[in-house]
Design a protein around this ligand. Structure first.
Ligand SMILES: Nc1ncnc2c1ncn2[C@@H]1O[C@H](COP(=O)(O)OP(=O)(O)OP(=O)(O)O)[C@@H](O)[C@H]1O
Length: 272
């Protein structure tokens, strides 16, 4: 196993390459198995797959918070990745305002004790503005709605000004307007040169990405342009759904049906 920072190799095309990566958790079967994948530089990559497919584990490995048990992760970008994890109850319980939470994104540059510079303050304001949070900046994080909190976490990730932004279901539980705003913010970030990688259950959002990885049971089923990856056949294979329901243009149906399968609401996959 190794994690390299290789500034010379293929720097034009890929921000990260994974080769034969296996990763997981103590006393559990591997959550990722023999995964070989590329994350194109300055593009948006969507990581798609059923619950438990290994999406969060992949983000953890790329972020460097989870050590692979085998294989190689090669990063071709300077600096630390920014990881926007799924919402945690612990963060909600802390006595932080939205502005405090977004300001914490600057700690990657400043550390928690050094005073903020004018640039830090400008970045925090800009990130609050991009996510439509200026009016909520003084509110306690724990007092926000789920969707508002989610936007604050995305703003915090953005405030790190990392060249590699990893997000675990950034639009989970947010309304349509907020999810479009998050999507537009991520698209703008990749246009500015940021490599954006997001795990998502929203297949329409995945179709808007530049690149897509489809995972199931810790393995990569397909990778490439989203429209080529999210075929009815591939979706049916990943979710164990009948091909008739698994069309990318009918993302809500796929999502609902797959959630139903996972939650045991649909016991017979042939009767969606
Ligand atoms: N902290 C953990 N300890 C033990 N096992 C874990 C842990 N986190 C995840 N797993 C297991 O690893 C596997 C992959 O989980 P992971 O969270 O990466 O999937 P996912 O695709 O992100 O799922 P979801 O769509 O539900 O968020 C699952 O079998 C899960 O139960």
């Amino acid at each position: 196993m190794s994690t390299n920072h290789d500034a010379d190799h293929d720097t034009d095309r890929d921000a990260v390459r994974l080769t034969g990566v296996a990763a997981g958790y103590p006393r559990r079967p591997p959550a990722l198995r023999d995964l070989t994948a590329r994350l194109p530089r300055a593009r948006r990559t969507a990581v798609v797959g059923p619950n438990g497919a290994g999406k969060s584990t992949l983000l953890g490995v790329v972020a460097g918070v989870l050590r692979p048990a085998a294989g190689t992760v090669t990063r071709h970008h300077p600096g630390r990745p920014a990881l926007v994890a799924q919402r945690s109850a612990a963060a909600d319980a802390l006595p932080l305002t939205v502005r405090d939470a977004v300001t914490m994104g600057r700690w990657a540059h400043r550390g928690p004790w050094r005073p903020l510079t004018r640039h830090d303050r400008a970045v925090v304001r800009d990130c609050l503005d991009r996510l439509g949070l200026l009016d909520l900046a003084g509110r306690q994080l724990g007092e926000l709605s789920g969707g508002q909190r989610q936007r604050a976490l995305v703003a915090q990730g953005l405030a790190q000004e990392s060249e590699l932004l990893l997000l675990d279901e950034p639009a989970a539980g947010v309304d349509l307007a907020a999810s479009r705003r998050i999507s537009a913010v991520l698209a703008a970030a990749s246009e500015r040169g940021v490599t954006v990688v997001q795990a998502t259950h929203d297949l329409d959002e995945a179709l808007r990405a530049d690149h897509c990885l489809l995972l199931a049971d810790g393995r990569q089923l397909a990778a490439g342009p989203p429209a080529d990856v999210l075929t009815p056949e591939a979706l049916a294979r990943a979710w164990g759904l009948p091909r008739s329901v698994a069309t990318a243009s009918n993302a809500a149906t796929v999502s609902n049906a797959s959630n139903g399968l996972v939650n045991g609401l649909v016991s017979d996959p042939s009767c969606p």
